[in-house]
Design a protein around this ligand. Structure first.
Ligand SMILES: [Zn+2]
Length: 269
């Protein structure tokens, strides 16, 4: 009987990754800029024509016993030196940056050289601005994204950058605590990040799988996404995991949600 119980427990542990998974030590939210768009309908086709749309833009730092992972690198630090901000006419948006990423890291007692891994949700300019600050870091990116950058912008990597191309989901530290989730639709190889924390629980960092809580509820799909169907199925995947793990979805560009979050040097654990 005792042996049967042990076998049952072993099967349960193996079959239930949430139970077996370890935790990341900290998740730190870094303000990496903000956007002011002139026409919200670009993110909600057929609705909100001519209405303004404000976006937060965060980077996230994950502390794990095996190293530091930076999720997205935000707008270029040089945008902080441009008083009028950076205008991107294609999405009728002006981006600004109050603080530089390098200064935010220094507030945490970190130098760019301390970052071991960078993972990019996708290759749009508001998410890849400072990759060149981290020549020593290995970049985790979906193969489909690497192969499909925005034509005039291209890849942000340095010539000798170490790049790990991923096809699908990926367990970053091998213990289930931090997992890349393949969530295409906004771009060909878009990805999101699941982080398990001891006290906060499971958090999924959206990337641009969705741009606001309103968009999540209304199921708006931006006109520039590569596929409406694939976007929706990626969101269903996120929703399933959130439900299973009672997790939280942190939507990068959502202003009210971001305003309510503790920022660096504070942290979640
Ligand atoms: Zn974005």
């Amino acid at each position: 009987m005792k042996r049967l119980l042990l076998v049952w427990m072993a099967v349960y542990l193996l079959a239930s990754p949430a139970w077996a998974a370890q935790y990341a030590d900290q998740l730190i939210v870094i303000d990496c800029g903000e956007g002011h768009a002139d026409d919200k309908s670009l993110w909600s086709p057929g609705e909100n024509v001519g209405q303004p749309f404000d976006m937060a833009n965060n980077c996230y730092l994950v502390r794990h016993e095996k190293g530091w992972l930076l999720w997205d690198t935000g707008l270029p630090d040089t945008v902080a030196d441009q008083p009028g901000g950076l205008r991107v006419e294609a999405i009728r948006t002006t981006w600004r940056r109050k603080q530089k990423l390098v200064n935010a890291l220094s507030m945490l007692g970190l130098k760019p050289a301390d970052i071991d891994l960078i993972a990019l949700s996708h290759l749009h300019p508001d998410h890849i601005g400072n990759v060149a600050l981290f020549p020593q870091a290995t970049v985790l990116i979906q193969t489909a994204e690497y192969n499909n950058p925005i034509p005039l912008i291209g890849l942000p990597f340095l010539p000798n950058q170490s790049i790990k191309k991923i096809d699908g989901d990926y367990d970053v530290f091998g213990d289930g605590s931090v997992q890349i989730l393949s969530t295409p639709g906004h771009t060909q190889g878009h990805q999101s990040l699941l982080v398990r924390l001891r006290n906060t629980g499971t958090v999924i960092l959206s990337g641009d799988a969705v741009h606001s809580e309103e968009s999540w509820i209304r199921q708006w799909v931006p006109a520039k996404n590569v596929s409406v169907e694939i976007t929706r199925s990626s969101r269903e995947k996120i929703a399933r995991i959130l439900l299973t793990e009672q997790g939280q979805l942190w939507i990068n560009h959502d202003v009210p949600q971001s305003a309510g979050q503790r920022k660096a040097p504070d942290f979640y654990e």
